[in-house]
Every structure is written in C-alpha cells, then in structure tokens.
Ligand binder design. Structure first.
Ligand code: SAM
Length: 445
C-alpha cells in the first residue's frame, strides 16, 4: 500500500515490534471486527505499512493513525496528504492525549499492537475516564488469554481483573506466526473489548480493589489470608460472605468475588442506592431568601426553588477536574458535571456546603472561593447556584456511589466538547461553565 520506496528499502525494527501482517484476508477480517462503517472516529495504533489501514480508509468519518516510527510516519503523511479525513500523528501512542476525543462521542480503537507495548497501550487508552467505546487489538496470544481469562483458566490473574472491571473481553481468533514478516516467535490473537455496562457491578473503591488484587496475586499459590491485610470482622467473615473456604487463593475468586471482598474491606454493607428522597433542604423565594424547608422528593417533584453549590477544582496547569455522575443519581445519571456539586443542607451556607461537598465527594480538603452565581432556572434544576473554585492537583479519592469516574481536562477541550455534544453534560454544569467563562478568569495556582 505504501509507496515503493518504503516497501522496498525498509528494515523492520525489533525495538518497535515491527512484525508486519502479510495476509490480506486476516487484515480485512481484523478491520471489519471494529465495525468502522460510519463511525465518527476510528484510531489505528501502529499502522506501519498499512496492512489494516487500507481496509479502514473511507469507512469512518475520520481516521486517525498513530505511528512512532519516523520513516513510516513520514511516508504515511505523504501518502494520505490528499485525504482530509485521514490524519497522521507521529509519536508514541502512550503519549497521545486522549482527552480531546470525548467530543466524538465514542471512539473506535484498533491496532496490531507492538507486543512489548501492549499492556501500556491498553492502560493508556482504556483506563477510565476513556473516550473509547470499542477496541480490537492483535497481541501475543498469551496476553490476549490473560485479558479474557476467568478463574477456570491458567492465564487468570491481576491483568484480567484490572481490565475486566471496566471492559468485557472476547477472544476472537488465534493468528499463527506465518502471516507476519518478520515472523514473531509466538502465536498471536485478536481480542475485542467493549465497555462493561454501568451498574453491572456494585460500586466499590477502585484504589482498594487494585491494592487487594495486586497483593492477592503477588504470590498466586499462597493462601489469600496470608497475603491480604487484616480483614474487618476477621477472615472467616470475609470468606463466608463469598462462600469460599478460609484457604482460598486469589485465582479462585471471580471478578464479582473480588468486588464483594473490596466492599467488605470498605465496610460497604448496604445495597447500592441513589440519594434519599427524605433529605431536607431549604426552600427559597425568587430573591433567593429562605422561606421554609422541604424534602428532596418534594422539592424536585414540585419544582420548588432551592440552593446548590458547584465547585470547580483546578490543577496547577489550569485544567478543570470533571466528574462523570454515577448511574445511581436520580437526575442526569452518567452525564459529566462540575468537580463536585450538591444541595445546601437545611440552614447551611454556600461556603460550608462547598467544603463539605469537596470532602464527601472527592475526599479532599481545600479552601474554596465564590467566583460566580447562576440564577435558578430549569437548566439549573430550579437551583440558585454559587460557583466556588478550589485548587488541588489530585489524586481524588472520590465517592463511587456519587461519581463513576473523573479527570482533569483542558478548558479548550471542555469548551469544544460542550459545543459538539451538550447532551454529555448535566445542564447545571454548562450554566456554571459559561458563567465562569464570561468572567474571563485563567485559573493558575
Ligand atoms: N499495523 C501494521 C501491520 O499490521 O502490519 C504494523 C503492526 S506492527 C506489529 C506495530 C506497529 O506499531 C509498527 O508500525 C510500529 O512502528 C508501531 N509502533 C511501535 N511502537 C509504537 C508506539 N509506542 N506508538 C505508536 N506506534 C508504535
């Protein structure tokens, strides 16, 4: 596909995992697996000499090629210079900023990956928050088996759990070394990853899950009770919950078991549920003066005016931390929102509420300052909003029943994302963001 010079004189680099696919039928089959037709954006990692690329061009609205090799990237740029729908980015894919991609509303990712970089590429593109809605990768067979494994498989381990907590993994096909040049020493395989549906697992503390899984698999043949920290209420209580013997090992616990164990360590014993309709708020008049109190359920059902605070948390680069609201929220579930936000409790002032929300939702303590106000309209959910700002570089230890994921975003990326896909955001956040933008503040520590 690439022009003759590259095809003839190119010496493959082992350091970049350059085993080029030679078999047309396999290449077309892999390209088809990502279902590119009509997609807003398909990204190919490591297009190389275009084995897959030639079966992807002209099918999606935009095709973005990420290639690290200097020579190949230069050739690709030249080759596709007359095709405006194809963009070539020259660099290490694990350095590519994925945050501007949210505005495409679901990115498809495909690649015959450089095998030594497989895990890093997966971590970079698929760790939440990720704009990817589907991924198809070719990797060495052993890694694909680890990605897709369940407790019944030898390949089952920490990688399986880390990926499967967010992605459903299907091993699609084994590919023999003969179809590559130069030939790799091992078999390859193709996997498809699709997002695990929200609410498929009960909520849990991701940081703790990661820690427990890593500890549990650090010596996979050893009994878990000797590897994990002291369990609240004792180890018998923990394994009793899972219906497992006290001698259980890490590899005998399913993803669901690991989540249940994490929740047990957190002391999270109640079933997941959204906010309580019985919470009591101040009700206000059109001048934002308190005129009484009512329950959350009644305030929302009757559209009564009330108060809320939003907090924008900025890091030292002036990026704004956005949260994706939990699927458990009664309004705007799974939309993107201010770093933290919430109603004022009865009798509470805005500043106190801002500090409380930072602590409850993000697990941080930082001074806040009011930077804007937004009047109550349907867009704010009949809330008089004070917008506060705070500075914190992360990490956030966010409440998983309030927030499904979150991250720092550049202001210009948020602005173009709102323009392209306002439906991705809670309407109250858009009001706050626009009000903040009008003030023309550039947030820096
Ligand atoms: N897609 C081509 C094919 O199927 O024949 C090439 C696949 S080859 C296994 C891996 C490709 O990834 C090579 O083109 C290599 O230069 C490129 N590559 C290696 N490391 C990379 C990285 N960190 N970021 C982007 N591309 C990379």
């Amino acid at each position: 596909m690439l022009h003759a010079r590259a095809a003839m004189s190119f010496t493959p680099k082992k350091s970049l995992g350059q085993n080029f696919l030679q078999d047309e039928a396999t290449a077309k089959w892999i390209a088809d697996q990502i279902r590119p037709d009509g997609a807003p954006l398909v990204i190919e990692i490591g297009p190389g000499k275009c084995a897959l690329t030639q079966h992807l061009t002209g099918r999606s609205q935009k095709l973005l090629l990420l290639e690290k090799d200097d020579e190949l990237a230069a050739d690709l740029k030249l080759w596709f210079s007359t095709k405006p729908e194809v963009e070539v980015w020259h660099g290490d894919a694990t350095r590519f900023d994925i945050r501007p991609l949210f505005q495409y509303g679901g990115v498809k990712l495909v690649g015959n990956l450089p095998y030594s970089m497989g895990s890093e590429i997966i971590r970079h593109f698929l760790t939440p928050p990720s704009p990817v809605s589907e991924a198809v990768f070719m990797l060495q067979k052993e890694v694909c088996q680890r990605l897709a494994a369940t407790p019944a498989d030898d390949a089952y381990g920490a990688l399986s759990l880390m990926v499967q907590q967010d992605w459903c993994v299907d091993l699609l096909r084994i590919v023999p070394p003969e179809v590559f040049k130069p030939r790799p020493r091992v078999d390859s395989a193709v996997v498809r990853l699709t997002p695990r549906p929200p609410g498929d697992l009960p909520v849990y503390d991701r940081r703790l899950f990661d820690r427990l899984v890593r500890m549990g698999f650090s010596q996979r043949r050893k009994q878990l009770k000797k590897l994990l920290p002291e369990s609240p209420q004792g180890w018998e209580a923990a394994v009793g919950l899972l219906n497992k013997p006290v001698t259980v090992r890490a590899e005998e616990l399913s993803l669901q078991d690991w989540v249940a164990l994490t929740r047990h360590f957190e002391g999270r014993h109640e079933q997941d549920r959204g906010q309580r309709a019985s919470e009591v708020f101040d009700v206000v008049n059109e001048r934002n003066e308190v005129i009484g109190q009512s329950t959350r359920g009644e305030v929302h059902a009757k559209g009564m005016l009330h108060r809320a605070v939003h907090i924008f948390v900025f890091n030292k680069r002036g990026e704004l931390w956005l949260q994706q609201r939990s699927h458990l929220k009664d309004v705007h579930p799974l939309t993107w929102d201010s770093s933290a936000a919430g109603h004022l409790d009865a009798g509470e002032d805005y500043a106190t509420s801002a500090g409380r929300e930072l602590k409850e939702e993000l697990g941080i303590e930082a001074p806040t300052e009011c930077v804007a106000t937004v009047p109550a309209t349907e867009k704010t959910g009949m809330e008089f909003v004070e917008l506060h700002r705070a500075f914190h570089n992360g990490p956030m230890h966010y409440a998983p029943d309030e927030i499904s994921t979150g991250g720092f975003f550049k202001i210009e990326d948020i602005a173009s994302w709102i323009t392209a896909r306002p439906e991705d955001f809670a309407s109250g956040f858009i009001e706050c963001f626009q009000e903040w933008q009008k003030k023309g503040i550039r947030e820096k520590v």
